[in-house]
Ligand binder design. Structure first.
Ligand code: IVH
Length: 762
């Protein structure tokens, strides 16, 4: 029998848990505006803590971001005015740390051991027999199965705060197992790590206020991909896998950067705290399953996929399920950890060298393989970026035959020191493009002898390649390079952009009059998209110089897709394997794509560095394509998330006559050029407010709530784009800034007139 201690549905479990903070129900109806500053500070901290827990641990937020920001800003302001009231477990202190020069070494309460591995059923059964041999005859242990998260382990010490709650004191990496590095400032930035556990939560979980938690810090796959995109944009070598990226991030000296990376910590051990003397670091509860339940109760993020197993057959069942889950999880796992549940039994079993006898890691088959590098081809991406693509002797990795891997850029080729003919280790992540991780050289794997030479001219159009100052990448700057056109079109049509189904790689090539698979690897910049898994591509790559678009091309730009003279039923029917049904479906999809919102159109233009988030920020901030086109660098950099580099590429894009002509044609075909207003009909939609000073009757939260309910937005600082500054008593620098910039200033009464309660109820 498999007894489920944690259901398989994360949400349902998450909902059952309770907040680590004192219950705040009373606060929800409370009259804010408490007069004593310490009491208000305490109230805000509890609210923020509770809402962080709802957001980051339960994934069930109740407050809008703006409301959270408003409460955080109020707390920051109060703490700034009363620095003596700041405590390290205040939510304002998550990113309080200053850049550091290095990390202090700290000894662990008990060594942080590693695990022995098994790779198949036979080895697992052999381990179970050794376990049985260490216990009394006939005693069959219960096991706990957990996912083996692919990150790095850390130890967190909690100690009693003045209020009797437990507050996070230190966070230390595993290091060599005995001594790790103090990364407390960085651990604090992980939102799922409670900075404090309230007295109530401690009681509920049955915990003392001094204890140790051990767990795994992971970088979710999305954050990993984002991090690598940013690194590539900065010309840095990408991190090889999420584990390395998490480790690198946790050891970053600037907590600010760490905070942006969105690490997660999954707790899996609950141990006695530093006050336990000799017993510090011993398990706190009698079973591992009780420890997981208590950790969850106390507000820690505990992985939802864990359960007890009464037999090895149950364990194998869990392993099979976990393998099935693997690709769909938002983070990487590399196996299952099986632990003997009862601590009394764990004690009897003890340790061997570096690993406990009472736990084992069942490792999934490696998603790495060894193969030979046959050739390097160069693909041309959407923005002209040249990517070296390794052509490999086919190798099966985790059930997929891999024939290609990315080599990213010349820096990466240099870093690996790879030559053609070398044997290389290739890794494949869930949905990540296969990559070469190292050169393997030994007696049976001799080194290759052919250097990888980057081309001087574009492999598709023959134009001389250019390397921009300070960048690693070579680029083809010929705007009508056929490879670039293919990639532009593919990107424009892809899922998450204009979403034109049926316009995959093969169709794009046909529309452009090219033959399919000419680019060495599909998508130099966004390779690995759903349409053409990188590892399973047609092995034929394009070589030599291709003269402009071939005869028979229906289109030669994105805009041509919407030109009925060019793309129509009759013209589509002239293409290979296109019948009436396919033609009509494609035309319907193209027509429907005109409804995609402004941010998708912007994204579809393929401006360098303008990804989903930036496109959305631009659309929201400027409201129309015209405003974006007219914006100067200063206007652009005022948008959150947009730095000078991105601003420059946006400017550059819109100053090109070719791009402007393209945009004008798209306008002519009726694509959306203005942002949709959220909460249509709301009186304040599209307007941005800044609150400053103390309002006569409304608290900041109430004012924020009203503005948001009426469709407006509340932000923290005043810029030219701020619609109104709402000023109350003792308004300071924000009011002054508003006056300087000519932003209209209103008072509470005017705000109430603009956002009557009626709209707050809509
Ligand atoms: S228990 C002595 N539980 O795997 C017990 N470890 O290969 C060791 N890991 O160093 C830790 N998920 O970094 C445990 N659910 C889990 C884990 C886990 C991932 C990591 C951990 C450990 C390594 C051992």
């Amino acid at each position: 029998m498999v007894s489920i201690i944690l259901a398989m549905d994360e949400k349902s479990i998450r909902k059952e848990s309770s907040s680590p903070c004192r219950p705040v129900e009373h606060l929800l109806d409370a009259q804010p505006g408490t007069d004593s500053v310490p009491a208000r500070i305490e109230e805000l901290r509890e609210q923020l803590c509770h809402h962080e827990y709802l957001y980051y641990v339960l994934d069930a937020p109740e407050w809008s971001d703006a409301r959270y920001d408003a409460a955080m800003n109020e707390l920051r302001a109060l703490e700034a005015a009363h620095p003596e009231l700041v405590t390290p477990d205040s939510p304002t202190q998550r990113v309080g740390g200053k850049p550091r020069e290095g990390f202090v070494k700290v000894a662990h309460s008990r060594p942080m051991l590693s695990l022995d591995n098994v790779y198949n059923e036979e080895e697992l059964r052999a381990w179970a027999e050794r376990v049985a041999g260490g216990l009394a005859a006939g005693e069959s242990p219960r096991y706990v199965c957990e996912l083996k998260l692919d990150g790095l382990s850390v130890a967190l010490q909690y100690q009693a705060s003045a209020r009797g709650a437990a507050s996070l004191k230190t966070g230390v990496t595993r290091g060599d197992g005995t001594v790790g590095e103090d990364v407390t400032g960085n651990v604090r930035t992980i939102r799922s790590v409670p900075l404090q556990v309230s007295v109530r939560a401690l009681q509920r979980a049955g915990l003392p206020s001094c204890f140790e938690v051990r767990g795994e810090v992971v970088l979710p796959r999305k954050a990993f991909e984002q991090m690598n995109r940013e690194r590539e944009a900065q010309g840095l070598a990408p991190a090889a896998n999420p584990r390395n990226a998490a480790a690198g991030t946790l050891r970053t000296l600037e907590p600010n950067i760490v905070a942006q990376r969105r690490l997660e910590l999954f707790a899996y051990f609950l141990l006695r705290g530093e006050d336990a003397g000799e017993a510090a670091g011993e398990p706190l509860l009698e079973t591992q399953s009780a420890a997981l339940a208590a950790l969850r109760e106390a507000g820690f993020l505990v992985n939802a996929y864990a359960r007890t197993a009464e037999s090895i057959a149950d364990v194998l069942q869990f392993v099979a399920e976990a393998e099935g889950l693997r690709d769909g999880l938002p983070y990487e796992i590399d196996g299952v950890v099986i632990k003997v549940d009862a601590v009394a039994q764990q004690r009897r079993l003890g340790f061997t060298g570096k690993a406990p006898r009472w736990a084992i890691a069942y490792k999934f088959p490696a998603r790495a393989g060894l193969t030979q590098l046959l050739e390097v081809k160069f693909s041309v991406g959407r923005t002209g970026k040249i990517t070296p693509v390794a052509v490999l002797s086919p190798v099966s990795i985790g059930g997929t035959t891999v024939t290609r891997a990315t080599l990213h850029n010349s820096d990466e080729v240099r870093r690996l020191g790879v030559r053609i003919g070398d044997f290389v280790s290739v890794e494949r992540g869930g949905d990540v493009i296969p990559k070469i991780t190292e050169v393997v050289s030994d007696a049976t794997h001799p080194r290759g002898d052919q250097e990888i030479v980057f081309p001087a001219v574009c492999p598709r159009c023959g134009e001389a390649l250019v390397r921009t100052e300070g960048e690693v990448d070579l680029r083809c700057v010929n705007a009508s390079c056929p490879a670039r056109l293919e990639e532009e079109l593919r990107h424009f049509a892809s899922r998450g952009v204009m979403n034109i189904e049926g316009l995959g790689e093969a169709m794009v090539a046909q529309l452009l009059g090219h033959s399919a698979g000419e680019n060495a690897a599909t998508g130099g910049e966004d390779a690995g998209s759903q349409d053409a898994p990188f590892g399973e591509m047609d092995a034929e790559g394009g070589e030599g110089v291709e003269p402009g678009p071939a005869r028979g091309a229906l289109v030669s730009s994105i805009a041509d897709l919407y030109d009925a003279e060019k793309v129509n039923r009759a013209s589509l029917l002239t293409l290979d394997r296109v019948g009436e049904k396919t033609a009509d479906a494609l035309l319907e999809q193209i027509a429907r794509s005109k409804q995609q919102p402004l941010q998708r159109v912007l994204l579809g233009l393929g401006i360098r560095h303008v990804g989903e988030r930036t496109a959305l920020a631009l659309a929201e901030e400027f409201g129309s394509m015209d405003a974006i086109m007219a914006a100067d660098i200063e206007d652009l950099t005022r948008v959150n998330d947009i730095g000078p580099k991105v601003a420059e590429t946006v400017r550059e894009f819109f100053s090109s006559p070719r791009n402007r002509a393209l945009v004008e044609r798209l306008r002519g075909y009726g694509l959306r050029f203005s942002a949709e207003r959220k909460a249509r009909g709301s009186s304040l939609s599209g307007l941005t407010f800044v609150l400053t000073g103390t309002l006569p009757t409304l608290t900041r939260e109430q004012a924020t709530e009203r503005i948001e309910a009426a469709g407006g937005k509340v932000v923290g600082s005043v810029s030219k784009r701020t619609s109104f500054v709402v000023a109350g008593a003792e308004a300071g620098s924000k009011l002054e800034k508003a006056r300087q910039l000519g932003v209209p200033v209103i008072d509470e009464a005017e705000l109430m007139a603009m956002a009557p309660v009626r709209s707050a109820l809509v």
